[in-house]
Design a protein around this ligand. Sequence first.
Ligand SMILES: Nc1ncnc2c1ncn2[C@@H]1O[C@H](COP(=O)(O)OP(=O)(O)OP(=O)(O)O)[C@@H](O)[C@H]1O
Ligand SMILES: [Mg+2]
Length: 238
Amino acid sequence: MTDASVLKVEGLNAFYGRAHILFDVALEVGKGEVVALLGRNGAGKSTTLKSIMGLLAEVRGTRSLDGQNLARLPSFRIAQSGLGYVPEERRIFTGLTVMENLEVGRQPPRQGAPEWTPEKLFALFPNLAEMRDRPGGRMSGGEQQMLTIARTLMGNPRAILLDEPSEGLAPVIVEQMARTIAELKREGLTVLLSEQNLYFAKELSDRAYVIEGGRIRYQCTMAELMADDAVRHAYLTI
Ligand SMILES: Nc1ncnc2c1ncn2[C@@H]1O[C@H](COP(=O)(O)OP(=O)(O)OP(=O)(O)O)[C@@H](O)[C@H]1O
Ligand SMILES: [Mg+2]
């Protein structure tokens, strides 16, 4: 899979001030794959995604996207080179409408990556279609989360980093989110999905990395993880 990997990270070490948080994290995501980064509270999931995205002051290690070295790029350049990022805290523009939020995310199409338009996104996120002129500030948390994902897709990314998209959402919205991500996968999107919720990640993901204490403890296919009670009990909340 090494040659086909879109996103590749090796020897990733990250620090908050003097606190060493990530230790030699290595992972890769192949084209069209959905790969889960699973771990409990404080395991290092968000720190991993932020480190890849160039958002932390002190990070060491290699990170590449379709062979392009990301390590020295500022965060906005990483986004421009085709890595989408949906942070834990939804970041929509509350004063802009749904349609205007989507326009903010627009980037030119990219060879080898799925191409998105507002109409295509409205088909995938039907509730957004019904509120295209509504200001972002007047949407529910789940709708804002969907809008953040849709806006990221307007950048026609080669891959996206999704940080706990199910967090804080009502069960029925979680299910809707899972179906939507499954459809994005069918469209060929490449995803690194950070999750605590194993049952959310399970249906969507091809493979998993299990992180604990800032170290990758285990990597496997989703089927292997579901068959391994010991690993699930040691590192995940179930
Ligand atoms: N800004 C910060 N300054 C100092 N330490 C931090 C900071 N942010 C996170 N940490 C620490 O880094 C470790 C990893 O945190 P991280 O946010 O990556 O965990 P996580 O797996 O995303 O957890 P959660 O599921 O709660 O989102 C934790 O020990 C946390 O306390
Ligand atoms: Mg987190």
